[in-house]
Structures are given as C-alpha cells and as structure tokens.
Design a protein around this ligand. Sequence first.
Ligand code: GLP
Length: 262
Amino acid sequence: MRVVIQDNYSKMCQWAANYIAKKIKAHKEDRPFVLGLPTGSSPIGVYQELARMNKAGEITFKNVVTFNMDEYLGLPREHDQSYWYFMHDNFFNHIDIPAENINILNGMAEDPVAECARYEEKIASYGGVDLFLGGIGVDGHLAFNEPFTSLTSRTGVRDLTTDTRIVNGRFFENDPEKVPAQALSVGIGTVMDSKEVLILISGHNKARALAASVEGGVSQKWTCSALQLHPAAIIACDEPACGELTVDTYKYFLDIERKERL
Ligand code: GLP
C-alpha cells in the first residue's frame, strides 16, 4: 500500500487528479478505460480539477467508462441528493464523457437485487475496473459497506447505520430520518477486484479511519482495512487526517514518497 500525504485538501485533490489523468492518458488499449467513482465531499476537488484539465484539452473522457460506487435506495434521479444527480452536477455535466459510458446503480429499480447482479455483470463485461477512486466514511465504510459487512461482499442492498445517517443528515436538512435507510452499493470484493484502488481521506474526522486502514489489522469492523490485501492500493490523504497515525508510520510514508513517483 502507498500512503501519499499532502499538506491540505486542495493538494490531495490535485495529486489524485494528476494520477487519474496520467492513467487515462497512458491507456492505449482498444477497450475503454474503466473508472470507478465515489460521491461525497472528498472527491469534489478531484472532479473540479479533472473537469478543468478536460476543458483545457489536456485529457478526454471519450474512451472512459465509469461505474459509481453506490446510490440511495428509493431516491429518483431527479432528487437533488441522489448520487445520480450529484455526479452529473459535480462532474459528468462538465466533461466530454458520452452519456452511455456512465453507469450508476438505479435506486428506483423494481428488483434491487437483480439490479445489483446486472451491475456486477456489466462491470465484468468490460473486463473489470481499471482504477477505483473512493472515499471513506468516518466509521471506515467504503462505498456503503458499513462495519461488519463481509470483506468479500459483492454489489448488493445495504442497511445504513444510524451513525452514517446522522453524518449524511447534513445533506437532508440536518434530519437523519430523511436520509434513506438503505442503499445499493458495490461490495468490498467488487472494489478489491479492480486493478488499482485510490482512496481519498481528508480531515480530522477521518483520522481514526485512516489509522485503521493503514495500521490496524484487517478487520470487518473497519471495512476500509481490506485495502491492505489489495496488490495496488493507494491512499491519498491530507495532514489533518494523519492525526492518529503513529509517528514512525507517518515519517515512513513521507520518506518513501519524497521522490514524486506518479
Ligand atoms: C457516503 C458515501 C461514501 C463516501 C462517504 C464519505 O456515505 N456512500 O461512498 O465515501 O459518504 O463522504 P465524504 O467524502 O463526504 O466524507
């Protein structure tokens, strides 16, 4: 695992956007580059920088296919808190990606279980995800894989914990009861199958989750800790998120990442 520590949120996003752009540009195969994407506040700066690069002609998304991590169950696309809406508002409407290349779980599917199976099959039909960008929750959830979700889980229906509904309540008039109680989410196993994983961790409130991801044992209590078993996982984080790392771990990653090795 690599842990890339940047001074602040903005530099973390810049680093991650450069990394993603470099991977897309280096992709020379006939098949599209398959990019997994998250929602949340963490990736917003990355989306803004990628959109800027796109407008400046430095990168194109014409040969990129995306799969989003998750979607609330029961929210229609048009709802301003659906992840479909979020992704279009914050990213897809600002880049040259063809609409048919965008994949987001349908939170209004009549048969959510079948929708999740279809999603897994579609990812497989592209030969898997090349790079999965992600964020994590305060409790270490990756996508909507809350504590004690199986580390081999596949795309499926998830119950949200009260803690997560309280945290996400900030987008629902500060009322956790208005946050949908369930979501559709890729599994930890789905993320682990991707060729590379890049996780953004920013801010003091994620410090425990970062320490659990990097220094704790692999445990279903912190589903993000599964990353330790991925052959090519990168965590891009900022200084405030490093608050719970031991000093030697912190120094180790600063030292080994000193030379820029995008
Ligand atoms: C939600 C999403 C996650 C996301 C998390 C963190 O719960 N389902 O995929 O990583 O929020 O969000 P933020 O980046 O806003 O802290």
